[in-house]
Every structure is written in structure tokens, then in C-alpha cells.
Design a binder for this molecule. Structure first.
Ligand code: 3HC
Length: 297
């Protein structure tokens, strides 16, 4: 190996095999990104059904990419070879150099997952959560080797969005910071590194500010939500307005993120907006249920 090759190898993540926990919208696409980038990837869920659904969705997504000339058939087939779905979480995690958890946004669930992972993974395995809001120190508390814990936060749709935020806690080791950041870059993502943890990180805090203002304008009756979206799209050139974005991300996700944030800060300002709570309780969860702020045929 050349000196440069050696240096690159030394600066790399050292990851060959990755496990992604949770076959929902985020987890399935994160696993696809990893498989496309050349990693042996396990996509794990507790039941076969969400795994089968994820495979169907990724299949049609990949087929469309091939049709449109965005990827070659060979690249896509090679990614399928590397992507294994399984319900045997512990076996997958034990064979992996990094685990990215993308399960439901619930602190207790995540703490249980990481406590269990801690006992099956090698101490060198990076433990990362894709949580949007739960800071890594809350999860590191249940992990014996807390230095390997961090957040790697992807954006929806993960196959498309370039950004990954790396969020360390005060005890995250230098080695984990370096390797997790290198892994995100090896996935072809642009890395945004936080120097310290804060709920919401950077991008969601920016988004929150916009969403809060949009909901306040709507609640006050200043403008209807499609007009607020139109302003964001056409005056600010955002690809989507804040209401369209809530439907894409999922009203349930927005609701649970607010609940999680409120649980961490105790600030009533952080509670879900009443309009969000109403949609959530009505089961209008956005694109995935065919109805949220908007209706989808
Ligand atoms: N999955 C994968 N690829 C998708 C996709 C999805 N759900 N939706 C769209 N795409 C890709 C496809 O390649 C599509 O091309 P195709 O239709 O030929 O297959 C291409 O994007 C363009 O899609 P559309 O023509 O439907 O629409 P747009 O041009 O508006 O692009 C978008 C769609 C990329 C989603 C764009 O609207 C966008 O960037 N929206 C903002 C997304 C955003 O802000 N995400 C961050 C959310 S916050 C978050 O995730 C944090 C979390 O913690 C909550």
C-alpha cells in the first residue's frame, strides 16, 4: 500500500459492517445509503413485516433511480447483496463496527436498546443514535463504554439529504468522534460537527424556529397554511414549506420530538403545538397515512 493509501486507511472509519436498528422511514434509507456506499449492512427490526415493507419501498426507489439513470443496475444489485434484513438484532450488532439506532423517538426504548447493545457489541463498536432530539449523554448513562456513544443525525429523506450531524457528549472519545465522522463522510454525506450536545442540535433548531413562527401565524389566523408554505417556497426558496415538511417528516415524529424536548427542558414552550396534537390524535400523520396538513391521493 502507498504511503497516501496508508494515511487514508488510518484516517478512515475502520467500519466494514454496519447495523441499522429500525426499518422505518429513516432506518431503511440509512441502511440503503450504507449498502450503496459499500458497507455490509444489517437492517434490523423486531418483526418481519416492517422489514418486508422497507425492502419493497427501497426496491421501487432503486428501480426508479436506475430508470432515471441516477444509478446503474450493477451498483443497485451490489447494494442489495450487501443489505441483509434480520430480526436477530444482537447477532447483527455483535458482527458490526457501528450500530446506528433509528427506532422510535422514546428515551426509555432507546435506553433499553443501548443497554442491551452494550453487552453484545465489542467495546470498539461505535454506538450511534439517529435521534433528532435525545442528547447522547442521556444514552451514554446506560452504557459501560460511554466513550463510543454519539448521535449521527440524518435528515429525511436520508437517501437524498446531504447533511449528517455528529453530536458528541462530553465523554465521547476522540477516536469515536473521528471514526463516526469519517463513517458519515464515507457514506458521501456532508458532516456538520457539533462541539457539544444540545437538544435539537443545529439543523432542527433552525427548522424549529421556522416551524414555531409558521404555526403561530396560522394559530393567530394571519394566513392559511398553504399560503405560509407558498411564502417559504417562493420568497425564501425553501424546497418545501414548513407544513409540507411536517407532513414529510411525520406529524407523529414532530409530536414525539416536542414531547421529548419538553421532557428534557420542562419548558411549556416546548410542548407540541395544539394544532399538531389535534392532527396526531386524529391519526393524521402526514404522507404516510395519506393525510396530515394536506391530503395525499
Ligand atoms: N425518498 C427518497 N428519495 C426521494 C424521496 C423520498 N421520500 N422523495 C423524493 N426523492 C428524490 C427522488 O429521487 C425524486 O426524484 P423522482 O421523483 O424522479 O424519483 C427527487 O428526490 C425529486 O423529488 P420530487 O420531484 O418529488 O420533489 P422535490 O424536487 O421537491 O424533492 C425533496 C423532494 C428532496 C424531499 C425536497 O422537497 C426537499 O429537499 N425537501 C425538504 C426536505 C427537508 O428539509 N428534510 C429535512 C427534514 S428535518 C429532518 O429530517 C430531521 C428529523 O430529525 C426530523
Amino acid at each position: 500500500q502507498s504511503l497516501q493509501g496508508q494515511a487514508q486507511a488510518d484516517g478512515g472509519s475502520g467500519v466494514e459492517t454496519a447495523t441499522v436498528i429500525g426499518a422505518g422511514t429513516m432506518g431503511s434509507q440509512i441502511a440503503a445509503v450504507a449498502a450503496l456506499a459499500g458497507f455490509h449492512t444489517y437492517l434490523v427490526d423486531i418483526a418481519e413485516e416492517p422489514l418486508a415493507q422497507a425492502v419493497d419501498q427501497l426496491r421501487s426507489r432503486f428501480d426508479r433511480d436506475v430508470e432515471k439513470g441516477r444509478r446503474t443496475r450493477e451498483d443497485v444489485e451490489a447494494a442489495w447483496e450487501r443489505l441483509i434484513t434480520t430480526t436477530d438484532r444482537d447477532a447483527a450488532a455483535a458482527a458490526s463496527d457501528i450500530v446506528v439506532e433509528a427506532a422510535v423517538e422514546d428515551l426509555d426504548v432507546k435506553r433499553r436498546i443501548f443497554a442491551e447493545l452494550d453487552s453484545v457489541c465489542s467495546p470498539d463498536t461505535i454506538l450511534a443514535t439517529n435521534s433528532s432530539n435525545i442528547v447522547p449523554s442521556r444514552l451514554a448513562e446506560v452504557v459501560e463504554h460511554g466513550g463510543r456513544m454519539c448521535n449521527l443525525h440524518f435528515f429525511n429523506p436520508a437517501l437524498v439529504m446531504e447533511c449528517v450531524e455528529l453530536v458528541p457528549h462530553h465523554g465521547t472519545s476522540e477516536e469515536t468522534r473521528r471514526r463516526a465522522g469519517a463513517f458519515a463522510e464515507e457514506l458521501g454525506k456532508t458532516l456538520v460537527t457539533l462541539k457539544q450536545e444540545i437538544p435539537g442540535f443545529v439543523a432542527n433548531r433552525l427548522l424549529n424556529a421556522i416551524r414555531r413562527e409558521a404555526l403561530s401565524l396560522y394559530d393567530q389566523g394571519v394566513a392559511d397554511f398553504p399560503d405560509i408554505d407558498a411564502a417559504a417556497r417562493t420568497a425564501l426558496r425553501h424546497p418545501m414549506g414548513p407544513f409540507e415538511l411536517m407532513d414529510l417528516v411525520g406529524i407523529d415524529v414532530v409530536y414525539l420530538i416536542r414531547q421529548a424536548e419538553h421532557a428534557q427542558t420542562g419548558d411549556p414552550e416546548d410542548l407540541p403545538d395544539p394544532a399538531i396534537a389535534e392532527l396526531y390524535e386524529a391519526g393524521r400523520l402526514g404522507r404516510k397515512t395519506g393525510r396530515g396538513w394536506y391530503s395525499y391521493a
